[in-house]
Design a protein around this ligand. Sequence first.
Ligand code: ZN
Ligand code: ZN
Length: 275
Amino acid sequence: MAIYKNRIDLHMHTSSSFDGNYSAAQMTESAIAHELSTIAFTDHFDVDFYERHNLGIRQQTSYEDILSVIENYSHEIRILRGIEMGQPTYDIPLTEKSLERYEYDFVIGSIHNPRNQPDYGDFDYASLSQNEIYSMLDNYFEEELLLAKWNGFDTFAHLTYPMRYIVQAGRNDIELDRYGDITDEIFRTLVANGKALEINTSGLRQPIGKTMPTENYVRRFKELGGELLTLGSDAHFTDHTGAGIDEGYAIAERCGFEYVTYFKNRKPVQVKIEK
Ligand SMILES: [Zn+2]
Ligand SMILES: [Zn+2]
């Protein structure tokens, strides 16, 4: 049973994502069964994999499928037209041109890989030295800051994403303390631009066992003036729609947030957190 009312999950994938598994209709039916009031479909659009992932076609299929579930299920659940822009700063002209193709409600900004390299999930962290991992993370946070400054998204997704894989590889010798200044700068940039921070709950069902970012970052975002928070399960399977959303609401409350946010026509709508 859900603990909170008005449960909102603004991050989920369909089979239009390269790593998606279920249709938009199957995901929607699961979201209704999991007592969600509002969802956004946010299929991957990793700009630097445009050709490899055949994104010209996938983007169209994703958008058309979203329109179709809106038509068929809007009496039961609010469905938003979203997209997860991966690495938009690696090709800004292509990103901007692609976003203009359709009328999105909601755009997620993400970084999944270093420039011209595979996903952070594809590195063998067990065999890398501590210095090598820190140098990857130095680059990661620099890229996240560039993403924040680009500002063409609505929510800033899964900050600390590489840690999911670093911890999974058994590396307990990597700490993020040294990145406090740059994450503060990222948060100040989001606040100045009126952008949201995402609490991505997928880590709760993975070995890391924590949200991305963790509660201390959410609290810091609030301290620096952050007001807009989105929550997302990052579900790629029907079983995961709404997963961890109650825990995300609890983190938001503990950090002093009274509202969570969804976006309609790229404008934030605040929804009170209530049990
Ligand atoms: Zn992502
Ligand atoms: Zn995602």
